[in-house]
Write a protein that binds this ligand. Structure first.
Ligand SMILES: C[S@@+](CC[C@H](N)C(=O)[O-])C[C@H]1O[C@@H](n2cnc3c(N)ncnc32)[C@H](O)[C@@H]1O
Length: 310
């Protein structure tokens, strides 16, 4: 299906903690704040921010995935906010370059809503989902030349696969799964999400399965992180954020697993230019989780740049 057709159908994604994020980042409604949404997705948070910045304000939205930007663009148009929102197909670690192009020195707020959108998960041809069968791809930007999950799964050595599943998925059975993958690919290469998910499920003993989640979840998470170099993106952005904020400006980051949350917590705490506003991360209330189960694991951390810094 073309981007245009998909965009006309709208985004499936329900933004997590959207009101909280808009209140935290745009402190004075209608005061003309400039906010960067580094992970626009279907535009849910972008629109919530645009509603609050008001006529003199601006939301600069970035995403690595052109299909998500098409969805966001049609949501922005439909809401009549086109004059407030400017979208860019770029990874969020390039935020500084985008601001330079726009001749903006500093901004009032920055949002990162990590992970992937429900739309990307639902498009089986993108290869993110372990519950539908599709090509094992997992690139956020399908035009990027970076290796796909198929390439990683078929080309990494057994010890490299095991390390990847352990480091990026905290998978207890990482060695066993890596061994099974290497045995399997001696006969047949692994090219489909269904093939990999089944293989992982068969590699993990039933009685020792970790909780009630699908045993393939951690392996899929690890591959997605590696394919998209997600931690380098995140670390670079966390490092660069303080310089891009005005004094008193705020950054909000929403994460969905402990590996991300730990990095965010540490980076924020270590930076002397930042005041941590969320000693404990903000989580979704039961009412939000009831309508959006994805919100259950969301953690929001917010920092403010020290107001007396230049
Ligand atoms: C959880 S979704 C964001 C959802 C969005 N806040 C909304 O309300 O619809 C995460 C988005 O970040 C994008 N993304 C992931 N890594 C990125 C990166 N390094 N730079 C820019 N966008 C990225 C994904 O393509 C996806 O669209």
């Amino acid at each position: 299906m073309s981007f245009k057709k998909k965009a006309a159908m709208g985004s499936l994604h329900i933004p997590v903690l959207a009101d909280e994020v808009a209140l935290q980042l745009v402190r004075r409604e209608g005061a003309g704040s400039i906010i960067v949404d580094g992970t626009v997705g279907g535009g849910g948070h972008t629109l919530a921010l645009a509603r609050r910045v008001g006529a003199g304000g601006r939301v600069i939205g970035l995403d690595r995935d052109p299909a998500m930007l098409a969805l966001a663009e049609s949501a922005v148009k439909a809401s009549g906010s086109s004059s407030l929102v400017t979208l860019f197909h770029v990874a969020y670690r390039e935020m500084r370059r985008v601001l330079d192009e726009l001749r903006i020195d500093r901004v009032d707020g920055i949002l990162l809503d990590l992970g992937l959108s429900s739309d990307q998960l639902a498009w089986e041809y993108r290869g993110f989902s372990l519950s539908t069968d599709g090509p094992l791809d997992m690139r956020f930007d399908p035009h990027e030349a970076s290796p796909t999950a198929t390439e990683l799964v078929n080309q990494l050595r057994e010890d490299e696969l095991a390390q990847l599943f352990f480091d990026f998925g905290e998978e207890r059975f990482s060695r066993r799964i890596a061994r099974r993958i290497v045995e399997y690919r001696q006969h047949e290469s692994i090219r489909r999400t269904g093939q990999l998910a089944d293989l992982v499920r068969r590699s993990v003993p039933g009685r020792t399965r970790q909780g009630s989640i699908d045993p393939a979840t951690r392996v899929f998470q690890a591959l997605r992180i590696a394919v998209n170099d997600e931690f380098s993106q995140l670390d670079a952005a966390l490092q660069a954020i303080p310089e891009m904020l005005v004094p008193g400006g705020r950054a909000a980051v929403i994460s969905f697993h402990s590996l991300e949350d730990r990095r965010i917590k540490r980076a924020f705490k270590a930076n002397q230019k930042l005041i941590v506003l969320t000693k404990k991360p903000v989580t979704a209330m039961a009412q939000e989780v009831a309508v959006n189960p994805r919100a259950r694991s969301a953690k929001l951390r917010v920092v403010e740049k020290c107001p007396n810094l230049l």
